[in-house]
Write a protein that binds this ligand. Structure first.
Ligand code: ACM
Ligand code: ZN
Length: 625
């Protein structure tokens, strides 16, 4: 722990924290010279909110986990820790902001709402030593300070695909805990896809007996999955029960998180069509997909009224389980080759006077929007719901031609870059930005040679930190339509909880700071230092994370036929690079890199990055070619 001095004393260890290191960076922080010392039995007062409210119960439980045993006392007596919901709204704080005051006399957390109070507490927890859950400190001294904080965006999302791989309840709760610690507030739960259907359904039970299961190829690389053999049983998968999903919704709500379920349509529907082949355009023997499935042919027949009836029934069940304002209805990557060949789809196009298959998707999504609107819900769709053709990445296209049916009360989730989102904002939609280049955490986070196999791409921690939902200079009327952003974790290549954590962390901390903190509060060097302290916290809780930021990056220039000139950097400022060129393992006694070096071709260079006096991760080896 860098910022805390540990003092041994007769009655146990004492901790003194001297430096604040909060992620995401608060709006306003004033640190003073004084301090406050928290003992094991602080007095706690609560006002403006019931002692049995979810937030107060959370705080009490959490304090016990850090070995404090608070005694609830009346506010008139005065407490060491005061939890306050303001009786007069503080307009500076809005719905999620808070004021956190540490004085030599005590600590006061106040907000307009329970969400704000919850975030005040998350900030407070980050003032304690990183190992506070594991070490029973007799006292903890924290700096005197005032923090006034409120988020830049209301939508701070994290997505998880539980279809490509299925994740247990325990992990979903861990995921929500990680989100909550960094003030992320929307859990985008991707529950249906080609590779498995994870929602319970009473209306369509074969979704669970058939659609939730696939032939198990988990011991093979995703890209090399052997096709199923005749009669082979489908044993990989599962689905969450209604009770489990209710538990997730409640667990999230206590942590200020709304769970937004996604039901994919009309494409990515192999799992549906394996269970109910009559909803397809053709007689193809659909199976719950295993391994790569591209192009994804499976699509619901939009000319068959039963497809809409199916979706209405499924969405009825979804609305019973999930109270969220928003329901995500997918809409991405709907390949329409089947629709082009299908007499029923073509008849629908004629009867509804549509211009073609693109408008047929708009018609279908429009029907679903009307249905969910009648239930008081707002749809979210991937940016394709604006009617851009699937192969039109970034293409300027006449949205109105393709999309006369999806009303502007839909929210557009822009993943194929930021441009579709900015276009949608210009057309009156609200927008969530999650462009692949900054927000796809299934992508590599460092040189693939040192990373577990991933789907491809590259989003380093620095790249994730460079994300801004609206590029500087965007007009204010577009800017005000962007309600936030999110990071997405697709799980084709991720089949364990620990690997999912590794892909999420520490990159989600970057997304958190991009979405919570004001643009002028972002500072890569400071953030990078804070990440080190946060990693201590993550490690203390047993979470896995990636050290990829320290991976050496090379720039190589030819000097002559035998010699190359090598520059080495990492994306972390002030990293020392020790290296050898004689095949020996580098240590801190090896040569230190001070600037570009000339090396003969064929040389093996081995590198040890050292940051803040700690040797980072592995030794990296490159052969100069
Ligand atoms: C997506 O990544 N297909 C939304
Ligand atoms: Zn059809």
């Amino acid at each position: 722990m860098l910022a805390a001095a540990m003092l041994a004393a007769g009655c146990g260890r004492r901790a003194q924290v001297t430096e604040l290191s909060i992620v995401p960076e608060p709006l306003f922080t004033l640190q003073k010279d004084g301090s406050y010392t928290l003992d094991r039995n602080p007095r706690l007062t609560v006002s403006g909110v019931g002692q049995n409210s979810p937030t107060v119960k959370y705080v009490l439980k959490s304090l016990r986990q850090v070995h404090r045993h608070p005694r609830l006392v009346s506010p008139t007596v005065g407490g060491d820790i005061e939890l306050v919901i303001n009786d007069t709204v503080n307009t500076e704080l809005g719905d999620e902001g808070y004021l956190l005051e540490v004085r030599p006399t005590g600590i006061r957390l106040s907000a307009n709402t329970e969400a704000g109070l919850f975030y005040a507490y998350q900030t407070f927890i980050q003032m304690l030593p990183a190992d506070v859950n594991n070490v029973n400190y007799s006292s903890i001294t924290i700096p005197e300070c005032t923090i006034l904080d409120a988020p830049r965006y209301s939508w701070r999302g994290v997505h998880l695909d539980v279809c490509r791989h299925f994740f247990p309840m325990k992990f979903i709760k861990h995921y929500l805990d990680i989100m909550a610690a960094y003030k992320m507030n929307r859990f985008h739960f991707h529950l249906t896809d080609d590779h498995g259907w994870r929602l319970p359904s009473e209306a369509y039970p074969k979704l669970n007996t058939v659609g939730s299961w696939r032939v198990d190829r988990d011991d093979e690389p995703w890209g090399k999955a052997t096709p199923p053999r005749d009669g082979e049983r489908a044993t990989y998968g599962g689905f969450y029960s209604r009770e489990e999903l209710a538990e997730i919704v409640e667990y999230a709500a206590v942590r200020g998180i709304e769970v937004i379920p996604e039901v994919e349509m009309p494409g990515h529907s192999s799992a549906i069509l394996a269970a109910y082949p009559e909803l397809a355009c053709d007689d193809y023997p659909y199976e719950v997909a295993i391994g790569p499935y591209w192009p994804p042919k499976a699509i619901l027949c939009a000319g068959n009224d039963s497809s809409l009836a199916f979706m209405y029934a499924v969405l009825d069940e979804v609305c019973e389980i999930f109270p969220s304002k928003y329901i995500h209805i997918g809409g991405d990557e709907a390949f329409k080759a089947n629709w082009e060949q299908c007499p029923r789809c073509q008849r629908r196009i004629k009867q509804e006077h549509l211009t073609g298959e693109e408008q047929l998707q708009s018609w279908f999504m429009g029907k679903i929007q009307q249905f969910l609107r009648s239930k008081g819900r707002t749809i979210i769709g991937w940016d394709e719901i604006m009617g851009l053709k699937d192969d039109a990445w970034g293409m300027e296209s006449s949205i109105a031609d393709h999309n006369p049916f999806v009303g502007t009360d839909a929210v557009v989730m822009s993943w194929r870059g930021q441009k579709p989102g900015l276009d949608a904002a210009g057309r009156g939609y609200k927008v969530i930005q999650c462009p692949t280049e900054y927000c796809y955490f299934d992508y590599y986070q460092a040189d693939p040679r040192y990373q577990p196999a991933s789907i491809g791409g590259m989003v380093t921690l620095k790249k994730a930190y460079d994300f801004d939902p609206v590029p500087a200079g965007t007009s204010s009327h577009i800017e005000s339509s962007v309600i936030g952003g999110q990071c997405n974790l697709w799980t084709e290549f991720i089949n364990t909880s620990s690997h999912a954590e590794y892909m999420l962390l520490p990159r989600m901390l970057a997304t958190s700071e991009c979405l919570w903190s004001q643009r002028d509060k972002k500072d890569w060097n400071r953030f990078r230092r804070k990440v080190e302290m946060q990693k201590d916290r993550l490690a203390a809780k047993g979470y896995n994370y990636c050290e990829g930021s320290f991976t050496p990056q090379f720039t190589i220039r030819r000097v002559d036929d035998h010699t190359m000139n090598i520059s080495i950097t990492t994306e972390v400022p002030n990293t020392y690079i020790f290296y050898t060129t004689d095949m020996s393992t580098p240590t801190r006694q090896s040569a230190i890199y001070l600037g570009p070096i000339n090396l003969e071709r064929g040389t093996h260079i081995k590198i040890l990055p050292v940051y803040q006096d700690i040797e980072r991760d592995s030794v990296y080896e490159f052969v100069i070619k």
